[in-house]
Design a protein around this ligand. Structure first.
Ligand SMILES: [Zn+2]
Ligand SMILES: [Zn+2]
Length: 283
C-alpha cells in the first residue's frame, strides 16, 4: 500500500492565499491527502474555520502559522505548529506583527507611484479581497494593469529584495518569533531554509543557534528544494535532533504554478512526519 500523504504548509484568504480555509480542506480531500496544516502569515484568523471544516469533511487538520523574522541575508520564516490559537496573548502579539506588515504596504504603493506606475492603495486592498495584503497582491495588480507580463517579472523588476519598490519590513528578530510560538505551546520549525541564502556551513551554525533558542524542526521537503538541498537539510535535522516537516506553500491562484500537496508535481510528504510532529508537540 502507498503511504498516506500530507501537506504541512498552506495559505488561505486569511493571509495571502486565494482559497478560504474551507476550500483548502475540500481541495485537500480531493487531492487524497490525509492531513493538512494551515500556516497563514502572522495570523491565526483562519484556523477556527479550518478546524471546523476538517471535522465536517473528515480531514485531519493541523493548526499553524508562519512568522516572518528579520534576517539580513535572505528571507527567514518560522512555522509554528499546534499553537494555541485561542490564546489572547498570541493574538495580541500577532496583531503587532501585522501592523508592522501593514505599514509596509502603503510605502510600496508610494514607491511604485514614484516609478510612474498608476496604482492606488485602494486597488491593492480590492484585489486582496479584504484579507491580509502581501506582495503577491501587488504582483497580481501589476499583471492586471499590463505593466508586467508574468508574476515573476513583477517580483524581479519591482518587488523582490533590492528591487526599486521593495520596502524593508519592521525588524522582528528570530528569537522573538520562536518565543511567540513557544509561549503559545507551538512547535517552531524553520521554513524553506534555502531562502536564507546561506552556504551549508553558515546554515548549520544558524540552525544550531536557532535550536538553542528553542527551534524544534526543519522544513526539509518543500516545493522549491533541490534533491541536494533536501538531503542536506535532512542531515541537519538528524544531527541536531530536529523533527522533519514538509509542505507545498500553496497560495492558490496567487501562485498558480504550485499545487497543494505536490508543489510543482514531485513533492511527497509522508504522514509519518506528522506523527513525529505530534509527539514533539506533546512534550
Ligand atoms: Zn514562507
Ligand atoms: Zn508559506
Amino acid at each position: 500500500m502507498q503511504e498516506a500523504l500530507i501537506d504541512l504548509h498552506s495559505h488561505s484568504t486569511a493571509s495571502d492565499g486565494s482559497f478560504s480555509p474551507t476550500e483548502l480542506v475540500k481541495l485537500a480531500k480531493e487531492m487524497g491527502l490525509k492531513a493538512l496544516a494551515l500556516t497563514d502569515h502572522d495570523t491565526v484568523e483562519g484556523l477556527k474555520e479550518f478546524i471546523k471544516a476538517g471535522k465536517e469533511l473528515d480531514l485531519e487538520t493541523v493548526p499553524g502559522t508562519e512568522l516572518s523574522a528579520y534576517f539580513e541575508k535572505g528571507t527567514l520564516h518560522i512555522l509554528g505548529y499546534f499553537i494555541d490559537f485561542h490564546s489572547q496573548k498570541l493574538k495580541d502579539r500577532l496583531k503587532k506583527l501585522q501592523e508592522a506588515r501593514a505599514e509596509r504596504n502603503p510605502k510600496i504603493v508610494k514607491k511604485l507611484q514614484a516609478l510612474g506606475i498608476p496604482i492606488t492603495y485602494e486597488e491593492v486592498v480590492a484585489i486582496s479581497g479584504g484579507g491580509q495584503i502581501g506582495r503577491p497582491h501587488f504582483a497580481k495588480l501589476l499583471l492586471q494593469k499590463g505593466i508586467v507580463k508574468t508574476f515573476d517579472e513583477a517580483f524581479e523588476r519591482f518587488l523582490k529584495k533590492g528591487a526599486p519598490a521593495y520596502v524593508e519590513k519592521d525588524k522582528i528578530f528570530p528569537r522573538e518569533c520562536l518565543e511567540i510560538i513557544l509561549d503559545a505551546g507551538g512547535v517552531p520549525v524553520l521554513a524553506h531554509p534555502f531562502t536564507l541564502h546561506l552556504e551549508n556551513d553558515a546554515l548549520e551554525a544558524f540552525v544550531k543557534q536557532l535550536k538553542d533558542w528553542g527551534l524544534k524542526g526543519i522544513e526539509v521537503y518543500y516545493t522549491e528544494h533541490t534533491p541536494e538541498q533536501t538531503a542536506f537539510y535532512l542531515k541537519l535535522a538528524e544531527k541536531y535532533e530536529l523533527c522533519v516537516t514538509g509542505g507545498s506553500d500553496f497560495h492558490g491562484k496567487n501562485k498558480p504554478e504550485i499545487k497543494l500537496g505536490v508543489g510543482y508535481g514531485n513533492l511527497r510528504v509522508p504522514y509519518r512526519l506528522l506523527e513525529k510532529l505530534k509527539e514533539v508537540a506533546q512534550q
